[in-house]
Design a protein around this ligand. Structure first.
Ligand SMILES: CC(C)(COP(=O)(O)OP(=O)(O)OC[C@H]1O[C@@H](n2cnc3c(N)ncnc32)[C@H](O)[C@@H]1OP(=O)(O)O)[C@@H](O)C(=O)NCCC(=O)NCCS
Length: 207
């Protein structure tokens, strides 16, 4: 029987008989075939990180994050725990703050959170965040949460809130962040409103 060129026989009996009863393994391709593999693509260049104090537009901090409500995220009514949604919001806000500052930033406060509609088990939860106002070391981050019923495509706004993050150094001390450069009328309006909200928060802080 002619032997296929793509297989090799192993462990045949001493008399050379036995054929296919003995194990067959695929033959290793010839060295020339192996070296014909396409060359590895060079690594893409990372975008340049602007100098620390250059103003940055809100779009540089924008985050969109999607989660799904699993049984472990839901209560006995089949709706998501509020704390779980808040935890996802904190992550989305932290990433936006870090994208703006390119520093470690800690959550300093969260404005009142209202849950406007329940989020059900199996829903997708779409979180969007971006920096809306910047002080010297603090950043206000807007976070919105929409719930999407995946089987129908119905989307409803579930939560909106403002988080304040403070950029800190290795010792946890506040450090300056780059200014925010709003680009659109809406972003400019939000920035001005953000300044008023920051003043209100300062007034609420314990002395
Ligand atoms: C947030 C923290 C770094 C602020 O430190 P601090 O010494 O009080 O800072 P300062 O008083 O110098 O204020 C620094 C900035 O933070 C802002 N800030 C401080 N506390 C704030 C609060 N509760 N809400 C909103 N902004 C606050 C200030 O307005 C100031 O902003 P600006 O520089 O833009 O004007 C500090 O309180 C901290 O480490 N808290 C714990 C953070 C944490 O662990 N979060 C995770 C959840 S437990």
């Amino acid at each position: 029987m002619a032997r296929s060129p793509s297989v090799v026989m192993i462990g045949g009996p001493p008399d050379g008989g036995g054929g296919a009863r003995w194990g067959m393994i695929p033959a290793r391709p010839a060295r020339s075939a192996r070296s014909a593999r396409p060359a590895r693509k060079p690594l893409e260049r990372l975008p340049m990180i602007p100098p620390a104090h250059d103003p940055r537009p809100p779009r540089c901090s924008r985050v969109e994050m999607t989660e799904i409500v699993l049984p472990s995220h839901a209560n006995n009514l089949g709706t998501a725990f509020g704390g779980q949604i808040m935890s996802w919001m904190d992550v989305a806000a932290a990433v936006a703050a870090a994208r703006h500052a390119r520093r470690v930033a800690v959550t300093a406060s969260v404005d009142a959170i209202q849950f406007l509609a329940p989020v059900h088990r199996g829903d997708a939860v779409v979180l969007r965040s971006e920096v809306t106002y910047v002080g010297r070391t603090s950043m206000e981050v807007s976070v919105t949460v929409d719930a999407e019923t995946l089987l129908t495509g119905q989307v409803r706004r579930t939560v909106e809130a403002f988080f304040t993050f403070v950029a800190v150094d290795e010792a946890g001390r506040p450090v300056p962040v780059p200014p925010l450069a709003p680009e659109t009328d809406e972003e400019r309006a939000r920035f001005q409103a953000g300044a008023a909200r920051a003043a209100e928060r300062r007034g609420r802080r314990p002395a």
